[in-house]
Write a protein that binds this ligand. Structure first.
Ligand SMILES: [Zn+2]
Length: 298
């Protein structure tokens, strides 16, 4: 049984690296139970959620990091988003996609195909920082490492793991992000490579109950680090709201709103990311319609 979700962060100023470890089984499972994702979508969304947790945790308070994969394959799109404080969510356009096994494995790469990974970092009301790279393998971890190298000029080791069992249920999820600082010690690279090669599978390790501390002990073996406090719990949290939904409805064509009014039934709109249902009354729709009409008249 996988242990509790957590994030642990470490730093070694002497060796020039910082490292973040996470176990995120429960938040990925929650995403799966809301969106009923089949294996390939569970792996894709799960890994991008884990990557978002890792990237957001090393930033600063109030920061939001989202990863958007958009490709020409049948999966089309998947997104992982997290805040520094541990609010995580994920989404795919095609949660029930079924794919053939390749070498007895479920691969995300062929399902997402060729396309782009866009990383959006927002902080408060500052303009969003956006960077895009071409999707490399589509297995998420490689793409995130490529992004960090291309966009931030950071050499890194990114290992993401999501395990689904024979019934397609998420059994474990977690990841490792080790970033080298500009003044890193060259000897550390060999040590890190050696350590990581000894870890067969982080998702198996997490499925067997291993936590972030065990991951740290394996990946940072013989490397002197100190832990950085990060007292934030991971929760599956969506930032949708009725106000945002109404904002979205203000972009509807007037005819669509009139249609709803003609039917005379209030609208139930469900957020696909968190499953929350919002009821919009006919009075509110009338109000939206009048607003839309006003803005389209002049
Ligand atoms: Zn939502």
């Amino acid at each position: 049984m996988a242990g509790k979700d957590e994030v642990r962060k470490y730093l070694s100023a002497k060796q020039g690296l910082r490292a973040t470890f996470t176990v995120a089984t429960h938040v990925v499972r929650e995403m799966q139970s809301i969106q009923n994702t089949y294996p390939v979508a569970s792996l894709a969304v799960g890994r991008s959620m884990v990557a978002a947790i890792l990237l957001a945790s090393v930033q600063k308070k109030g920061q939001v990091v989202s990863l958007h994969f958009k490709g020409d394959g049948p999966l089309d799109t998947f997104i992982g988003e997290a805040t520094f404080e541990g609010e995580v969510r994920g989404y795919t356009k095609n949660p029930q996609l079924e794919v053939p096994l390749i070498d007895h494995k479920i691969l995300v790469g062929p399902a997402i195909g060729k396309g782009t990974l866009t990383v959006v970092r927002t902080f408060g009301s500052d303009p969003a920082q956006k960077g895009s790279v071409e999707i490399q393998t589509g297995e998420v971890g490689d793409d995130v490492a490529y992004f960090l190298h291309k966009s931030d000029q950071i050499r890194s080791l990114v290992t993401l793991g999501v395990k689904v069992n024979a019934y397609g249920k998420v059994e474990a999820a977690g990841g490792v992000l080790i970033e080298l600082m500009p003044d890193y010690d060259e000897a550390i690279v060999d040590l890190l490579m050696n350590n990581s090669l000894k870890v067969a599978s982080i998702s198996e390790l997490i499925a067997a109950g291993g936590g972030a501390l065990e991951l740290k002990d394996l990946f940072l073996k013989d490397i002197e680090v100190h832990e950085i406090d990060h007292p934030h719990e991971l929760t599956y949290t969506c930032r949708c709201s009725k106000a945002r939904l109404i904002q979205a409805m203000e972009l509807f064509p007037v005819e669509d709103l009139e249609d709803i009014l003609r039917k005379g039934k209030e609208v139930e709109a469900k957020c696909e990311i968190c499953g929350r249902v919002y009821e919009i009354s006919l009075e509110k729709i009338e109000e939206i319609k009048n607003k839309v009409r006003k803005t389209t008249l002049h």
